[in-house]
Design a protein around this ligand. Sequence first.
Ligand code: 13P
Ligand code: SF4
Length: 306
Amino acid sequence: MKDLFSEIQALKKSKNAILLAHYYQDADIQDVADFVGDSLDLSKKAAATDADIIVFAGVHFMAETAKILNPSKKVLIPDLKAGCSLADTCPPDRFRAFREKYPDTVVVSYINCSAEIKALSDYICTSSNAEKIISAIPRDKKILFAPDKNLGRYLAEKLGRDLTLWPGSCIVHEIFSEKKITQLKVRHPAALVIAHPECEEGVLKLADHIGSTSSLLKFTQTSPAKQFIVVTEAGIIHQMQKASPDKEFIAGPPQNECSCNECPYMKLNTLEKVRDCLLHEKPELTLSEDLRVRALVPMQRMLSLS
Ligand code: 13P
Ligand code: SF4
């Protein structure tokens, strides 16, 4: 493990590469990364870097976003099969047909979607800035929100806006059990429940705090509470524990006995694959210039508003 760490560090240095990792990555990948963050912070980091190579330890749409923002840089992803169940619920041909049914509507898409869906959108948002982006759209405009129906429903209720929702969801966030979280709360009465807005309505109703991964992390640092039930992908607990070693973090329980609170796509990346992709400079993420330019427009609107 130590050898792999030093190999990765040496390769990053010799190739002027930056390693970006999402909070849902394995702890060892987070520890060797140059920057660990949520989707918004990672996009900002990708937009600002002067590295020649960006290695994106996350999922496909995140690496694609880095390429949209950095056409001249080589963007590598440790495993090209690291997709996203939520992005997969929104195929471009069906989304185009859906969008055509609502002609005078502003399309806001959550960043967890393909470049094709981004290119069909007016604005992109992440869970960190979604409230800000939607609030920037005049109230008399109709809004179509894709692809996450849970985040969309949460935003509609919070902002008092009538959003038309694409019926997508994430397999990790919709598997959390309302019943088991309630039982955990009884066993740990002092624990606060913190949840990502991709979770279903019943689960969000149990939460003391709802937010993006970075918002959840910050909440655990600033709250005086000593125990938290963490209802999102379990990888984030690594940073929570590092930042607050005296606090206890209980992973939110899924409805079954498997480790379904781990994203199977995020977990395809390994330290060995990070080393190999730096060494061989592949798999590389590529995009046609036409698609990239069309997907860039709503991304830039998001970045200028955040
Ligand atoms: P964040 O932007 O909150 O990190 O969310 C990313 C994600 O994929 C949630 O499933
Ligand atoms: Fe996609 Fe869900 Fe994994 Fe996030 S946790 S990358 S939304 S499958």
